[in-house]
Write a protein that binds this ligand. Structure first.
Ligand SMILES: [Zn+2]
Length: 218
């Protein structure tokens, strides 16, 4: 009888790995799946207008699956998995300063449709791990842009142009160290647009951390 209840409790409380469904480790990302992630070296991926852009892993397999589930399948719990991966990478960079974390915003119509911005969730978890402050009401998305991946470079630039703005009422100090977090950077156009906007408004200390990047930086 006790065994039966034990089994029942296990069924209720033990988490299975989201990726391979194994229940052995009671975690959303098991060590076997973790080992499949291709981490990038702890160095700058790209510099744009004096801002360092970092990316933690390659956008493939587990990471691709994780982002998709978090974004479109309502798997909010995976935000902590993503934040932990980003934190692990970030720690290796050994950057001492304190940061104000800004999530890349989504348009309000997209927010209505998806109910949440997955980057807000990741940033919230990332801030708990780092003790940084989160500011999710400063950067705003003013244009509901088309999905970028099936557009050519020139179309992407046109698509993202003037897509963001800032809320004057939520402006941090100009000297603040801003850390922008995003899930994926491919061409870097989105991030560059945000950097330009922040520069225009007097912000110079900007760092970008993205969870992933495809292997081809075009
Ligand atoms: Zn697994």
């Amino acid at each position: 009888m006790i065994k039966f209840f034990e089994k029942l409790l296990n069924l209720i409380y033990i988490q299975d790995c989201y990726f391979c469904k194994s229940t052995k480790e009671d975690t959303l990302l098991c060590s076997k799946c973790y080992r499949k992630i291709h981490f990038l070296p702890p160095s700058v991926l790209k510099i744009y207008k004096n801002c360092n852009i970092y990316s933690c892993c390659l956008y493939e397999g587990i990471i691709k699956n994780l982002i998709h589930a978090l974004k479109y399948k309502n798997k909010k719990k995976l935000a902590l998995v993503a934040a932990k991966l980003m934190y692990e990478y970030w720690k290796n960079l050994k950057i001492e300063e304190n940061f104000l974390v800004l999530p890349v915003p989504i348009h309000k119509s997209r927010l209505k449709e998806r109910k949440y911005n997955h980057m807000d969730l990741i940033c919230k978890e990332f801030c708990k791990l780092t003790n940084y402050k989160l500011e999710k009401n400063f950067l705003i998305r003013t244009k509901d842009t088309k999905k970028q991946y099936n557009l050519h470079k020139q179309e992407r630039i046109r698509n993202i142009k003037d897509a963001f703005d800032i809320k004057q009422t939520n402006m941090p100090e100009k000297e603040s160290n801003l850390l922008i977090l995003d899930d994926i950077t491919a061409t870097g156009i989105t991030i560059e647009e945000i950097i330009k906007l922040l520069n225009k408004n007097g912000y110079r200390n900007i760092t970008v951390l993205t969870l992933s990047t495809p292997d081809i930086w075009n």
